[in-house]
Design a protein around this ligand. Structure first.
Ligand code: AMP
Length: 122
């Protein structure tokens, strides 16, 4: 998947469209999902131009990877989610229905999330 600099998260990073910011540092931005699936639904993205988890895990620097993981954990802790629990998800590519081609982690929380994922129709 080649990186499309006009994807919606690239526009958010450039400040061309607004977001409800939850966290920001040199390498990471996190904001509320515009269409939340759970009471808490935060998106955590690297500032670097990575299209997917596949791209990020292969090409990002150790510092970028560490920053994203540290930030996701801190966001969850600071929101008080560590006590009750949360789920992190990274849709990657077609079969996972990745809609926005800029790598992002979803953080879902705020209710019982059920076990794992619902099986898709075969
Ligand atoms: P995915 O299917 O994993 O690519 O998820 C993309 C997510 O981005 C969806 O949950 C959308 O609701 C969310 N989304 C799309 N546009 C925006 C936006 N402008 N601000 C915040 N979240 C967005």
């Amino acid at each position: 998947m080649t990186y499309d600099p006009n994807n919606i998260f690239a526009k958010i990073l450039r400040g061309e469209i607004p977001c409800h910011k939850i966290y920001e540092d040199e390498r990471v931005l996190a904001f509320n999902d515009i269409n939340p699936q759970t009471p808490t639904h935060v998106l955590v993205i690297p500032k670097g131009a990575y299209a997917s988890f596949d791209d990020f895990s292969e090409h990002a620097s150790e510092a970028e990877i560490a920053a994203l993981v540290r930030a996701a954990g801190k966001i969850a802790r600071d929101a008080g989610l560590a006590a009750t629990g949360y789920r992190i998800l990274a849709n990657t590519g077609r079969d996972a229905h990745q809609d926005v081609p800029h790598f992002h982690l979803h953080i879902f929380a705020g209710k019982d999330l059920g076990r794992m994922i619902k099986p898709a129709e075969k």
